[in-house]
Design a protein around this ligand. Structure first.
Ligand code: C5P
Length: 335
């Protein structure tokens, strides 16, 4: 067990942030005994970040959560919130006796397929690791993060990465291809509403989206082994916009479209608005489109924001850094 007591002079308020993500490719395989599916996915962190401020509570061991949302949607502030779960997991793991006030500033759409809750958890892990003087390594935080949710390790990692296993085994992908601008330009747009990730995976299983698979070499069982198209990784490395746009795919797009009343027509509208490769991100319903430049992205976002099938649209860029400390003010505690 590590030192649990906050030392004198240690910062009393810590601010950390973590990015939302899109999935450039999401291939789904078999479901395991825990109800999780094997995945092969390419994550990219975008410049919508969640901010978590952690302030030491010296007089009690409470964990008190508050929220300032810039995106609407329903965010529970009880024990089910991933920030509280992250804090409890850190406390239990490292024997911390003190509490914290935790404040989320939310910029990633809620239940939109962009990993906003996972980003909250990642930012909380990073903030509390410093506030409570734990000193856990990135690898240790990622292992804890994987216990909180399949997208949490990527929110810690950031950049562009291949995710396998249930999405928690990460390998950085060379992303030198946009050397000119250093960025890929994206437009994100939502047809409104929320989709539950478990419900979308369930629909995929129940409606036979899984496919027949191929016979396993060892036992002949038909097994679906997900893999990311080689053309997509190549396009990322070479900065080939056209190939990237045509290589992107998402196995959850069909089931997400089944469960959302206007996602199908919204995808058609996005395609005809002039974006490259419109695709549902993650379990949706956020739609992502590749743009050729910052100007192209801004014009496309402007157009879709005014479209009746979309409730909002914005231009963003990736890849962006993973969870990080934003500042470590040494101000005295309030009151
Ligand atoms: O880990 P996370 O809480 O983000 O996952 C939400 C749900 O999405 C899981 O409970 C599971 O139903 C589904 N899921 C899955 N396979 C994955 C990731 C998520 O089936 N690899």
């Amino acid at each position: 067990m590590r030192s649990a007591a906050p030392a004198r002079g240690r910062p009393l308020t810590v601010l950390a942030s973590a990015p939302g993500k899109i999935n450039l490719s999401l291939q789904v395989g078999e479901v395991n005994e825990r109800g999780y599916h094997e995945l092969a996915t390419v994550f990219q962190a975008v410049d919508l970040r969640e901010y978590v401020t952690a302030t030491l509570r010296e007089n009690d061991g409470d964990l008190v959560l508050s929220l300032d949302s810039h995106v609407g949607g329903n965010v529970p502030l009880d024990e089910s919130n991933l920030v509280i779960r992250a804090a409890r997991l850190l406390r239990d793991t490292y024997g911390i006796g003190v509490g914290a006030d935790l404040h989320i500033e939310k910029h990633v759409p809620v239940a939109g397929g962009m990993g906003g809750g996972s980003a909250d958890a990642a930012a909380a892990l990073v903030a509390l690791n410093t506030l409570w003087g734990i000193g856990a390594s990135h690898r240790e935080l990622a292992a804890l993060g994987a216990r909180l949710g399949a997208d949490v390790p990527f929110a810690l990692h950031g950049g562009t990465a291949l995710g396998t296993g249930i999405g928690t085994d990460l390998e950085s992908l060379a992303d030198l291809g946009r050397a000119r601008s250093g960025r890929w330009h994206w437009v994100l747009a939502s047809p409104g509403g929320e989709l539950s990730t478990p419900a979308v995976f369930r629909r995929r299983d129940d409606a036979g989206y899984g496919g027949a698979g191929t016979p396993d070499a060892h036992n002949g069982e038909h097994k679906v082994t997900p893999s990311v198209p080689a053309s997509l990784c190549r396009a990322l490395g070479e900065g080939d916009l056209e190939v990237l746009a045509t290589s992107m795919s998402n196995d959850l797009q069909g089931p997400a479209t089944d469960l959302h009343p206007t996602l199908g027509p919204a995808l058609v509208a996005a395609q005809s608005a002039g974006g490259l490769g419109a695709l549902v991100s993650g379990s949706g319903p956020t739609v992502m489109m590749l743009a050729s430049s910052a100007e192209h992205a801004a014009a496309l976002a402007h157009k879709l924001a005014a479209h009746p099938l979309f409730s909002w649209a914005l231009a963003t860029t990736g890849p962006q850094p993973g969870a990080r400390l934003e500042n470590v003010p040494t101000a005295l505690p309030r009151g």
